[in-house]
Design a protein around this ligand. Structure first.
Ligand code: AMP
Ligand code: MG
Length: 489
């Protein structure tokens, strides 16, 4: 029986006109071998539980496979605020779409598959360390229920790749509901290809926003939906302490899914000015700038959509961004504190909390996790995370007094056990700290892939206790807090 039996393929993107892409075959990797195969995810698409040589040879470009029609997408985008018309899949290829067991279609995309017409000065390759980071982070985000692309697996090879030092080529098999970015629309707008721009919008509506067809102004409704999904994604990032690092418009998915993992980082100590990208000298993409940048990016998209959508509709949709973001952010933060009812003084409680976290540079993830054990534990563990213990104690008192006012839908008082049990389902014990990713990378670079699998497993269930993995929930070592991650991937 073929390993592909039971897998449904489609080629809807490759049926678009040639202005959308260039057909390119992957450049085979030398001596490829599996690093990880995401078994749970593979099974959801009817793919085999076990990665074998046939899968390896097809994905590594060693063998052609009739159900794949590899192509490099053309797009453009604003990078660090500057428009670049020359972007596109420079090392990525779309192979086909495959159907999830729930009926949804996903793109299968290779990252690191070799040169394309859009490679510019690059070599078309990806290195093992960045591939591992993307794999782990997309699993971590999925575990936290944050909208994200995923990966079916990755492989490494003996193909030499030169970065700051000699490394080896690796390949990520990424899946995502779409690889269409803001930059796709920008490309057709800035090259005055209105027919293609219209076709792109029609396809985006048909494939991803079918509910817009029935509306009076489908293109305006599509943009509103993109604004909404982007706002929700950013609310998740801010609530869970995720910094993306390279929020260029070519890295913004039109479905509001976290996309293109590079020098990302989760907050260790709470620091709103955290800059995870070592090459971001101005702090354009600092943690607390992300909401502002997302709106800037949406405005760039709005500009590109101006031939299709009236100005006032674009402005109205942009005006909804902050409303939607703060609504979702507040919903997520309330859940993190176990507060489901609203009381006038809550604003003050939240303000005081962020002030405390900021002044004490408290570990962001641990703070909420420790608050989730106040049913069985004295507040000491929370207080111990702060240098200013009096201030921490005062805040915890305020918080516990507020919790006493919490009632459920029937008007019954919510017990601390009920509250904490719910909080432990939204406040992760485990997150992908940069140093944990680095330890997995160090082992992988000497051929031991066990740590990647272990870490991915833990991160898939970040709210579970897993006492055997307590070490992974510890505060990071000093060296782990100051890691510099650059774009060179
Ligand atoms: P990124 O910063 O990964 O989002 O990439 C920005 C642009 O550079 C995209 O058009 C990528 O396809 C391209 N690119 C990044 N790395 C490489 C590489 N090693 N070879 C060719 N193109 C690349
Ligand atoms: Mg990119």
């Amino acid at each position: 029986m073929s390993i592909w039996e039971g897998v449904n393929f489609s080629h809807r993107f490759s049926e678009l006109p040639s202005a959308f892409f260039t057909r390119v075959a992957p450049q085979p990797l030398d001596n490829p071998r599996w690093v990880v195969w995401n078994r749970d995810l593979a099974l959801q698409f009817g793919l085999p539980r076990q990665a074998d040589d046939e899968l390896l040879n097809v994905f590594a470009g060693q063998r052609e496979f009739g159900s794949f029609a590899p192509l490099a997408m053309k797009y453009a985008g604003h990078q660090f605020g500057v428009y670049n018309p020359d972007l596109g899949d420079g090392r990525g290829l779309l192979l086909a779409e495959i159907q999830h067991q729930d009926g949804t279609w996903f793109d299968i995309h290779l990252k690191g598959a070799g040169l394309t017409p859009y490679s510019r000065m690059g070599d078309g390759r990806a290195v093992l360390r960045s591939t591992i980071r993307e794999y782990l982070c997309s699993e971590a985000m999925a575990g936290l229920s944050i909208p994200t692309t995923r990966a079916l697996g990755m492989m490494d090879s003996n193909t030499p790749v030169y970065r700051e030092k000699m490394e080896y080529g690796a390949l990520l098999i990424r899946i995502a509901e779409t690889h269409i970015r803001f930059g796709h629309f920008e490309h057709f707008f800035y090259t005055n290809q209105l027919a293609e721009q219209t076709l792109l919008a029609d396809k985006v509506i048909e494939w991803y926003f079918p509910e817009c067809v029935q509306t009076e102004k489908p293109y305006a409704a599509m943009f509103e939906a993109i604004v909404d999904k982007t706002a929700v994604m950013i609310a998740f990032w801010q609530a869970y302490g995720f910094a993306h690092g390279v929020m260029n418009t070519d890295n913004m998915s039109i479905l509001g899914q976290t996309f293109d993992y590079g020098p990302f980082g989760f907050l260790d100590d709470y620091d709103p000015n955290y800059i995870c990208n070592h090459s971001d000298y101005q702090g354009r993409y600092a943690f607390d700038q992300q909401p502002r940048v997302a709106l800037w990016n949406l405005s760039a998209l709005a500009h590109a959509l101006s031939p299709l959508v009236e100005r006032e509709d674009l402005e109205a949709a942009l005006g909804q961004f902050e409303v939607r973001l703060s609504q979702k952010f507040s919903e997520l933060m309330r859940a993190k504190l176990g507060l489901h009812t609203k009381v006038d003084e809550d604003g003050r409680l939240f303000e005081a909390m962020f002030e405390l976290l900021n002044q004490n540079k408290t570990d962001y993830t641990r703070f909420f996790r420790e608050l989730s054990y106040l049913d069985t534990q004295a507040p000491q563990a929370v207080v111990d995370l702060c240098i200013d213990r009096d201030a921490a104690s005062a805040w915890v008192d305020l918080y516990l007094a507020r919790c006493e006012l919490e009632v459920d839908q029937q008007g019954e008082v919510v017990t601390s056990e009920q509250r904490c049990e719910r909080m432990r389902r939204v406040n992760p014990k485990y997150i992908l700290r940069n140093y944990l990713a680095q330890l997995a990378i160090d082992k992988a670079e000497i051929g031991d892939f066990t740590e990647i699998n272990r870490l991915a497993e833990i991160l898939k269930h970040p709210f579970d206790e897993h006492p055997e993995f307590d070490d992974y929930a510890k505060l990071p070592p000093e060296w782990g807090k100051k890691m510099e991650i650059s774009c060179s991937s």
